[in-house]
Design a protein around this ligand. Structure first.
Ligand code: SAM
Length: 210
């Protein structure tokens, strides 16, 4: 999907991903001390806003201006100070160069692009990590169409945790975890569970002095 496709998808419904932060972002980031965060492919900002509410200074980047505008609106309705801690940047993460070593947390959640583009985006994301900083990558696992539920069915935009580690090989990052993460998905009518979605999750950090 290109920028126009994403803009159209965001225009067609609101909010597309819900207001709650992604559960893996909550699990992995709740214990981190607030600092500077970069959310790449931030969409409507559910994760960026959650981080900002916890005191993080967040730069949210996405190429959909429609999504970011919605994020701005949502942030304005949150507790005082939240919106002031957010910077919304309309840019393509494949060409955007974030501040080198500028962030204590870099988040890439559900960026759905082909493997070569994913590798380029993740290597740029790693370059934005300050010493001690954490990189969290979450997406739909390659096994999800066959064994899970929901998510994109195009295998070219799916990946495994091992793919992420290979993408980042040689950059000096330490691996905290790389796993299949199972997410219960509710039935569309809100009753019961429709099944279990399979996500790929990789969390790494740049060692101090690295
Ligand atoms: C599935 S949504 C995930 C949004 C958000 N990370 C979340 O978890 O709610 C994927 C997002 O990636 C964005 N995106 C896809 N390719 C992009 C690119 N090359 N540059 C910037 N944003 C991109 C889309 O506009 C969309 O907002």
């Amino acid at each position: 999907m290109d920028r126009q496709d994403w803009d159209a998808r965001y225009r067609a419904a609101e909010p597309v991903w819900g207001l709650e932060p992604n559960r893996w972002v909550v699990r992995e980031c709740a214990g981190l001390p607030p600092g500077r965060a970069l959310d790449l492919a931030a969409g409507e900002g559910r994760n960026a806003i959650w981080l900002a509410e916890r005191g993080w200074q967040v730069t949210a980047v996405d190429f959909s201006a429609v999504a970011l505008e919605r994020g701005r609106t949502l942030a304005a309705a949150r507790p005082p100070g939240t919106a002031d801690r957010l910077t919304w940047v309309t840019a393509d993460v494949l060409t955007h160069t974030p501040d080198p070593a500028g962030y204590d947390l870099v988040l890439v959640a559900y960026l759905q692009v082909p493997a070569a583009d994913r590798r380029a985006a993740l290597r740029a994301a790693a370059g934005a990590l300050a010493p001690g900083g954490t990189l969290l990558v979450v997406g739909h696992h390659s096994a999800n169409p066959a064994e899970g539920v929901g998510g994109p069915q195009d295998p070219r935009v799916l990946f495994t945790p091992e793919d992420v580690l290979a993408d980042l090989d040689g950059l000096g990052l330490a691996v905290d975890r790389a796993e299949r993460a199972l997410r219960a998905v509710a039935a569309p009518d809100g009753h019961g569970a429709a099944g279990t979605a399979i996500d790929a999750l990789a969390r790494l950090h740049r060692p101090l002095g690295g």
